[in-house]
Design a protein around this ligand. Structure first.
Ligand code: GRF
Length: 198
């Protein structure tokens, strides 16, 4: 399974997926929309092909997404992994990768989609939070759920302490979900993900 990972920043989830060394998975490339994404250097040091495609150099989302898809497809991926990729993708892009585009979001979806998830979870006083790996559809942070992990929210949590507790789970959950995909064990059936037994 050829995998292209898209990042915008430190790429700690990308690192977790690379370090999981999934036998069925080959990381074909790591692509960022910002040259200063620190995860790029980390990947390059490990001999992974890296590329930058600056969205600011394009006139609108359609033009950027078309160029991005062309760059991704030059690596012939079976799976495209969004790992802290901070761009909203057009329906055209998402449809092009239907069933082979996944994302991780640091909440228990469908709660708290979008930005500032931890602040909003704390403001609601929820007692549990977590993270979700899902197939990407045109609606932001929606799409068939592959896996979730739950953490408790503690009395004196701040957005930062909660984010850190969730991030630890992300680093376990995302490689696990990628492994299931790479082993061909994920199927989407009537909008829901079915996981085949090993
Ligand atoms: C993660 O919390 C992810 O869930 C969210 O953005 C953060 C990215 O972190 N979408 P990293 O770049 O993988 O370290």
């Amino acid at each position: 399974t050829n995998i292209v990972i898209l990042i915008s920043g430190r790429g700690s989830n990308m690192q977790a997926i690379v370090e999981a060394a999934i036998p069925e998975a080959r990381i074909a490339a790591v692509i960022a929309n910002r040259a200063d994404a620190s995860g790029l250097a980390w990947a390059a040091q490990r001999g992974i092909a890296t590329a930058v495609l600056d969205h600011k150099a394009f006139d609108g989302r359609d033009a950027f997404d078309a160029a991005l898809a062309e760059l991704i497809d030059s690596h012939a991926p079976d799976l495209v992994v969004l790992a802290g990729f901070m761009r909203i993708l057009t329906p055209g892009f998402v449809n092009h990768y239907a069933g082979r585009l996944v994302n991780i979001h640091p909440s228990l979806l469908p709660a708290f989609t979008g930005l500032h998830t931890h602040e909003r979870a704390l403001a609601e006083g929820v007692k549990f939070a977590g993270c979700t790996v899902h197939f990407v559809t045109a609606e932001l942070d929606h799409g068939p759920i592959i896996a979730q992990a739950v953490v408790p929210v503690l009395e004196d949590d701040t957005a930062d302490t909660l984010a850190a507790r969730i991030l630890k789970e992300e680093h376990r959950l995302y490689p696990e979900a990628v492994r299931l995909f790479a082993q061909g064990r994920l199927a989407i059936d009537q909008g829901r993900v079915r996981v085949a037994k090993a």
